[in-house]
Design a protein around this ligand. Structure first.
Ligand SMILES: C[S@@+](CC[C@H](N)C(=O)[O-])C[C@H]1O[C@@H](n2cnc3c(N)ncnc32)[C@H](O)[C@@H]1O
Length: 348
């Protein structure tokens, strides 16, 4: 039994190395691949961790980083470094498994605001933002950051600590000001508090090595930029269960924008379909009651919302072949392809 699950877990690590980490983090790619080829260690993981979410490769790798375990910060390290990492992890297993038990894999990438902004800017203002899968809520503050699209002049609050650079493809309606936000609210199964040092430490441990410097710097700058802002209304719960009641709290007259970025992969397919039926019905109800307009903005990998098909770009920006693009859609219709970490937006 353990042998079978150890084998399945080994496959999970090898797949993680190939399909998730490759091109994103040399260190994670190598470490996950070495774990996947270490049957004894995989048997230990299969024996000690409950199946499912707690066996996610990213969770173990982040837990060791969070505890300041030995780690290949940049690039491949070789077998000796892997042995050191493995020995440390087994020696500190009680602490590692306690972190795995208590925590979940939750990142929050504020730079995705740069890819949402062209769409947000085109909707009737002011906006009432409701983000599902909001994590620490950093994407709920698109008006608190500065933006630099290609070589254009930067805009945004002059005193903001966070500058988000973004490349654009032909035809992208590049905005020149931040949106007017009347209300912000989020739903998450386990929201992170951007002001809590331990939550911040965990969020940073989840940022993959190789991307660490830039992404951690950006997250810290975004945390600084929103520090003095009033906290959004944040609900702990399931996005389907909590959405109707929270949406009903949106202020009259504002355009309600229900949005999500890189969240649907966390849901089983039937729940994604349920969510895709729920959002339009929530927005229709708002309009029927005369409370104001509403839109659904999704920014997800096309594989998780198969009913939103994405046409090919005639003139794609040059990007590494390993870069995964997300599909930005308005009310179920694709409008752009976006860089996974907010680094590019290409209008369709
Ligand atoms: C990969 S993170 C993305 C966070 C953020 N949207 C971003 O773009 O940085 C996915 C988030 O969705 C949340 N999540 C996953 N399933 C959920 C559910 N059923 N209900 C509410 N939140 C959920 C997770 O807790 C996590 O914070």
């Amino acid at each position: 039994m353990v042998v079978n699950s150890a084998r399945a877990l080994a496959d999970r690590y090898v797949n993680f190395a190939w399909y998730e980490a490759r091109g994103q983090s040399d260190a994670h790619e190598e470490l996950a691949a070495r774990i996947g080829h270490d049957p004894e260690f995989c048997a230990h993981l299969a024996r000690c961790l409950p199946a499912g979410e707690k066996q996610r490769p990213g969770l173990l790798l982040a837990a060791v980083r969070y505890l300041d375990g030995p780690y290949a910060e940049h690039g491949p390290r070789g077998d000796a470094a892997y042995r050191g990492w493995r020995e440390w992890t087994l020696r500190h297993w009680d602490e590692v498994s306690a972190v795995i038990t208590r925590r979940r894999t939750r990142t929050n990438e504020p730079a995705r605001c740069a890819t949402l902004l062209p769409l947000f800017a085109r909707l009737p203002q002011p906006l009432a933002l409701l983000e599902v899968g909001a994590s620490a809520g950093l994407c709920l503050y698109p008006d608190r950051y500065r933006y630099r699209y290609d070589e254009r002049p930067e805009f945004g609050p002059p005193d903001s600590a966070a500058v988000l650079p973004c490349r654009t493809g032909a035809g992208t309606p590049v905005p020149d000001r931040v949106p007017d936000i009347a209300w912000r609210a989020g739903i998450d199964l386990s929201p992170l508090d951007p002001a809590d040092p331990d939550d911040v430490r965990w969020r940073e441990a989840l940022v993959w090595p190789d991307a660490t410097d830039e992404r951690v710097r950006r997250q810290r700058a975004a945390g600084e930029a929103v520090r003095s802002a009033p906290r959004p209304r944040m609900m702990r719960g399931d996005l389907i269960d909590a959405l109707p009641a929270l949406a009903a709290e949106a202020p009259l007259g504002a355009t309600l924008v229900v949005f999500h970025t890189s969240v649907m992969a966390c849901l089983p397919p039937e729940r994604r379909e349920e969510f895709a039926r729920l959002v339009p019905s929530v927005l229709r109800e708002r309009s029927r009651l005369g409370h104001g307009p509403g839109h659904w903005v999704s920014n997800e990998h096309h594989s998780v919302l198969p009913w939103i098909t994405t046409p090919r770009l005639a003139h794609p920006l040059p990007t590494p072949t390993t870069e995964r693009l997300l599909t930005l859609a308005l009310d179920g219709r694709p409008v752009a392809l976006t860089g996974r970490y907010g680094q590019s937006v290409q209008w369709l």
